[in-house]
Design a protein around this ligand. Structure first.
Ligand SMILES: Nc1ncnc2c1ncn2[C@@H]1O[C@H](COP(=O)(O)OP(=O)(O)OP(=O)(O)O)[C@@H](O)[C@H]1O
Length: 267
């Protein structure tokens, strides 16, 4: 779990102000959904938390410490598309997540460490309902399956913070609903802080424990880049918070798979 603090953050590209005077305290373990009009800076905000983008001004803290300048295994991201490696199988993709987390420089594990990573990958693959497809390449998977794989790959890094940039935007409503059922228990089990950008308000209200909106409040027709987006709404959605956890004896990542199946999260 991880808390994120945003203090008077501004993002500017040349003379275009994208985000201005952003102040936020994101509690550890919360599920924050982010909405706002196209181009208002939602993805920029995610990239900043990932460490791909630096604020022009202001401070970003992760558990009270300055956010590392580079993306690391403590923060995972899933995009709307193209998050997985096309040249690796389902197993290879998830294994790559474990290898990156364990050995960011070499990206390879050997011997017993690799065997453990393969076993843990298989558990995650099962948890997202892809056990029957473990040796297939992404091109042989549907869009929903590819997104499940992208989520498994992100979870393999055991991130404290999971960033989701419209991860279900390209999916049909039925598959999207299945993905919600899959994501909720995974978030609860892994105890991550989740920040998810979405254009779907129903999704934002249905999944988040908190919903925030960015929007540009001021416009200068002579200088469109003069003002950036600010935080315009900040709603607490306590009904989506998980009930206080009852300790479940676990022996590893896959220990709750039967629970997921009984909840219908895995087909
Ligand atoms: N690297 C960059 N260099 C210059 N401008 C950028 C860069 N990245 C983003 N922008 C600009 O910042 C603004 C915000 O972009 P961003 O992708 O964050 O918006 P968004 O709210 O996620 O949009 P959408 O909902 O359409 O995905 C846009 O005007 C975009 O052109």
């Amino acid at each position: 779990m991880s808390a994120i603090t945003v203090r008077d953050v501004w993002v500017e590209y040349g003379d275009q102000i994208v985000l201005e005077a952003l102040n936020l305290d994101i509690a550890s373990g919360s599920f924050v959904t982010v909405v706002g009009p196209s181009g208002c800076g939602k993805s920029t905000f995610l990239r900043m938390v990932l460490g791909q983008e630096r604020p022009t001004r202001g401070r970003l803290l992760l558990d009270g410490a300055p956010l590392p300048a580079e993306p690391g295994p403590d923060r995972g991201i899933v995009f709307q598309r193209y998050s997985v490696f096309p040249h690796l199988t389902v197993l290879g993709n998830v294994l790559a997540g474990f290898e990156f987390a364990a050995s960011p420089l070499l990206g390879t594990l050997f011997g017993a460490a690799r065997r453990r990573a393969v076993a843990a990958s298989d558990e995650l693959i099962a948890a997202v309902g892809l056990a029957a497809h473990r040796d297939k390449y992404p091109s042989a998977l549907s869009g929903g399956m590819q997104q499940r794989l992208a989520i498994a790959q992100a979870l393999a890094k055991n991130p404290k913070v999971l960033l989701l940039d419209e991860p279900f935007g390209a999916l049909d409503p039925g598959t999207r609903a299945q993905m919600h059922d899959l994501l909720k228990p995974l978030w609860r089990q892994h105890g991550m802080t989740v920040i998810m950008v979405t254009h779907d308000l129903k999704e934002a209200f249905g999944l988040g424990t908190r919903l925030i909106a960015f929007d540009k409040l001021r416009h200068d027709p002579q200088a469109p880049g003069r003002y950036g987006a600010r935080l315009t709404y900040d709603l607490d959605l306590p009904r989506n918070r998980p009930a206080p956890a009852t300790p479940v004896p676990t022996t590893g990542r896959g220990a709750d798979i039967p629970l997921l199946i009984s909840q219908g999260a895995i087909p």
